[in-house]
Design a protein around this ligand. Structure first.
Ligand SMILES: Cc1cc2nc3c(=O)[nH]c(=O)nc-3n(C[C@H](O)[C@H](O)[C@H](O)COP(=O)(O)OP(=O)(O)OC[C@H]3O[C@@H](n4cnc5c(N)ncnc54)[C@H](O)[C@@H]3O)c2cc1C
Length: 420
């Protein structure tokens, strides 16, 4: 079938009545946490109500299989939930993106059964929150240049190095991290408990936004971990990290939709109330231009993101089936598996397109919204001011947008033209 038709097949955005009910519960949870989230933001504190409010409705494991305590929902339903949470701000939304998209889903996709049993049920209940520790001071956009290393011992591994900017990092009960074998130069992935011996976490202060997100520097000072900590095979680290970033980018895009929706709601309300020069702002053509552009960007981002969610679901569905059908799936999934490669490259492309476009549009929407509010939008007590501060990070993390542009171009032109 030509690509054109297979692309169209990624545009089925239907959800069931049960999923609709879940999304209404997410909406209710968002409304009930709103005031506390604002208070925490202004005090730069972690919102301790996230787990008690979102845990009972299943949002701490929305796309995680039911056998591990999750809801087992598809990536579109999960993205719609993330979109709604995004309306409360990228700060709140980042908690879930880290815990689930680049946390639990990495375990679900790459861990063996024992590892999944050990980790996932603890995380779907919220007893343990997850983090993803990839970035280092000298290895940001290019994780392949990482210097954190591991040494093999009789019963496990010793990690030495430093990661930084790790979301949920100060309190995560479990994380994946990535380190290089100094002998072979290959990078492997590891599952590390938050209280492993030799791990030290230092909160990163003075951020310009995402003020309820707790980012940490994580030091592995001869951090000793058992051999069961290896995730996937040795040397699979970058493959695993890059696959995690597909889900991470999708969640950033979905959250960006929420930011734009909320900006639009706030601007509609305020521009109909605020009068200057004898009429409300909503009657001024230049204000209408801002509002129209936010709406255009929201709708164009929305369809890209939903399409990316369906593509991600096709990939996850394939991986789950492959795991069920093959006992030796771990050694076979990423290697010479044409169908996996095909689905992964489609999901990768759409996630990059969606994240690039939606994050740029969300920051633009927040910027226009602050402009519409004028001085009233210049205080952190205002929702659009918080969107402005928070959405700035979304064009940087989960793949900085310049790098995503290059990635999109190389996906179109071919690998020989990769310009990064
Ligand atoms: C708020 C926040 C939360 C984060 N959370 C996490 C987390 O939970 N876990 C984690 O592992 N990491 C996290 N990060 C790190 C994030 O993923 C990196 O910041 C990001 O990958 C960019 O790396 P860098 O900051 O080192 O910038 P650099 O890689 O130094 O890039 C700087 C600039 O150069 C551009 N650039 C880089 N290479 C090229 C190129 N080849 N061509 C053109 N332009 C280029 C980039 O686009 C960017 O604009 C977080 C970062 C922030 C700010």
């Amino acid at each position: 079938m030509p690509d054109f038709y297979s692309d169209l097949s990624l545009m089925d955005f239907g959800i069931s009545a049960e999923q609709g009910k879940f999304l209404r519960q997410v909406d209710k949870a968002c409304k009930s946490i709103r005031a506390h989230e604002e208070k925490c933001y202004l005090n730069e504190r972690l919102n301790q109500k996230i787990v008690p409010i979102f845990g009972p409705i299943g949002m701490l494991g929305c796309p995680v299989s039911r056998q591990y305590g999750g809801l087992g929902y598809d990536m579109l339903t999960y993205s719609l939930a993330i979109e709604r949470i995004g309306m409360e701000g990228a700060s709140l939304r980042t908690f879930f993106s880290v815990h689930t998209s680049i946390g639990q889903l990495v375990i679900q996709s790459w861990a063996d059964e024992q590892q999944r049993q050990r980790i996932l049920p603890n995380t779907t209940t919220g007893r343990k929150i997850m983090a993803f520790a990839l970035t280092e001071p000298a290895a940001g956009s290019d994780p392949s240049s990482m210097v954190t290393k591991f040494e093999k011992r009789a019963n496990g591994y010793v990690l030495k190095g430093k990661k930084h900017w790790i979301g949920n990092g100060t309190f995560a009960g479990v994380m994946t991290t990535y380190a290089r074998d100094p002998v072979t130069g290959r990078i492997s992935a590891f599952i590390v408990d938050g209280d492993a011996s030799g791990i030290r976490k230092v909160e990163m202060k003075n951020k310009i936004g995402l003020l309820t997100v707790k980012n940490a520097e994580i030091f592995f000072d001869n951090c000793t971990i058992p051999k069961e900590s290896l995730l996937g095979g040795e040397g699979q680290g970058l493959n695993i990290a890059y696959s995690a970033l597909i889900d991470g980018r999708l969640s950033v895009a979905a959250g960006a939709l929420g930011v734009m929706s909320d900006c639009l709601d706030e601007c509609i309300r305020y521009s109909k109330e605020r009068e200057q020069h004898g009429s409300v702002l909503a009657k001024k053509q230049l204000i209408q231009q801002h509002i129209a552009l936010i709406a255009v960007n929201l709708e164009s981002s929305r369809w890209l993101t939903y399409r990316a969610a369906v593509a991600a679901q096709e990939l996850h569905g394939y991986v789950e089936k492959f795991q069920r059908d093959h006992d030796d799936w771990q050694s076979r999934l990423g290697r010479n598996n044409k169908e996996y490669s095909r689905l992964r490259s489609i999901a990768d492309k759409f996630a990059a397109l969606a994240k690039f476009h939606a994050s740029n549009c969300a920051f633009d929407a927040a910027n226009r919204s602050v402009q519409i509010f004028g001085s009233a939008g210049y205080k952190k007590t205002n929702r659009v001011a918080r969107h402005f501060l928070d959405s700035r990070a979304t064009t940087i993390y989960e793949g900085a947008n310049e790098v995503l542009e290059l990635k999109i171009a190389s996906q179109i032109l071919g690998k020989d033209y990769a310009a990064y």
